[in-house]
Design a protein around this ligand. Structure first.
Ligand SMILES: *Cc1c(COP(=O)(O)O)cnc(C)c1O
Length: 368
């Protein structure tokens, strides 16, 4: 089976894990710190905080930025549910915003402006597929209305400029992302104090961690805020460092493959569209395509599966999921809904070959 996503794991990860086991220190310590430094360097940040998931990172950022009950947060509906769940975790209210277009499935600034109210406090941008949202207009909009800007950067690890839009960004190292620690995430923030708060919230709100206390003069701690256990461990950090080294090459390979998809689709099934354009800056996290109107997507999925090709959907819009539909029944987002109905995600990962891509596109051409 040709999978939609696959991690690249091998000898380096095995060695990294063995080193941690031999060191006999497996919880948050020097390897987590080293991973944070390397990640910050790659993303042009001063510092970074490793956490147990991107979801945890989004939660902590919202908390550290003081978003809470009574605040409205503008969010895309075309995202993974975690983006919106995080808003509910802090007691704030998500306000769903529609997309620019089927061809540019990023949150629409025009629709965001229309849905802004005096209670709007923050925006969470999501770089769909690793394609960055336009930075200048969002900054200008946020500045004009005094809004906090966060980035759900789960798709955009390693892309130049990601994490620099506003107040903070959270990244994911889940198994299907461009680099992985199995489960894991990272937070960067513009303000040192916000990041320090994220760091403290990650470990129960304690003023020091176990590893620091090992070498400290006073082996005690205080708790000065209501925190969580969202720590990363040394095993994951060791894998993360090994993965990070390869990330630029993997993202470059993804770019090559993604461009090849564009060319092959244009040649063999021009009725299938690929959002965004060839030169757009991206981590090429997924190969999302838009099927023709009235195409039977289930039949296409079955046909591809019979040819050994896995596909998925990114995403069923969050406002159409039962829990959210019941909580926010009035939400109508025509572009997100059409995108959710017509989108199909084809396999894309660094170990794919040109032959694989031909097989996918030629099979797809027989089905649409
Ligand atoms: C994967 C993903 C998340 C969640 O990441 P975890 O690390 O699994 O918590 C959040 N948002 C988006 C857009 C994602 O793709």
């Amino acid at each position: 089976m040709l999978h939609v996503a696959e991690p690249v794991l091998g000898a380096e990860e095995k060695v990294a894990l063995a080193e941690v086991v031999d060191s006999n220190w497996i919880t948050m310590g020097p390897r987590v710190e080293a991973f944070e430094r390397a990640f910050a360097d790659m993303h042009g940040a001063k510092d970074a905080v490793a956490v147990c998931s991107c979801t945890a990172g989004l939660h902590l950022l919202l908390d550290a930025l003081g978003i809470g009950p009574g605040d409205e947060v503008l969010v895309p509906s075309l995202t993974f549910v975690a983006t919106v769940n995080a808003v509910l975790y802090v007691g704030a209210t998500p306000v769903f915003v529609d997309l620019e277009s089927l061809d540019r499935p990023l949150m629409s600034l025009q629709d965001a402006a229309a849905r802004r109210t005096p209670r709007t406090r923050a925006i969470i941008l999501m770089h769909y597929g690793g394609y960055l949202a336009p930075v200048a207009p969002w900054r200008e909009f946020a500045h004009r209305h005094g809004l906090t800007v966060m980035e759900d950067s789960a798709h955009a690890v390693g892309v130049a400029g990601v994490g620099s839009y506003g107040d903070g960004a959270a990244f994911s190292f889940y198994g299907n992302k461009n680099m992985t620690t199995a489960e894991g995430g990272m937070v960067i923030a513009r303000d040192d104090e916000v990041l320090a708060r994220v760091r403290q919230l990650r470990g129960h709100g304690m003023t020091s961690g176990t590893f620091q206390r090992l070498n400290a003069r006073t082996p005690t701690y205080d708790v000065t805020m209501l925190g969580f256990n969202y720590r990363m461990d040394e095993l994951r950090a060791a894998i993360g460092r090994a993965q990070l080294e390869h990330l630029p090459d993997w993202n470059e390979r993804r770019r090559t493959l993604s461009n090849a998809y564009r060319d092959l689709l244009a040649q063999y099934c021009p009725q299938v569209a690929m959002p965004f354009a060839k030169g757009d800056r991206s981590s090429h996290h997924i190969a999302a395509v838009i099927l023709p109107p009235r195409c039977d997507r289930e039949a296409v999925i079955d046909g591809l599966r019979n040819a050994g090709i896995q596909t998925t959907i990114h995403y069923p819009p969050v406002h159409e999921l039962s829990y959210y539909r019941e909580r926010f029944p009035e939400t109508k987002l025509p572009v997100s809904e059409a995108f959710g109905q017509r989108e199909l995600t084809l396999p894309l990962h660094p170990r794919m070959t040109e032959e694989h891509m031909h097989h996918v596109v030629r099979t797809l051409a027989t089905l649409v």
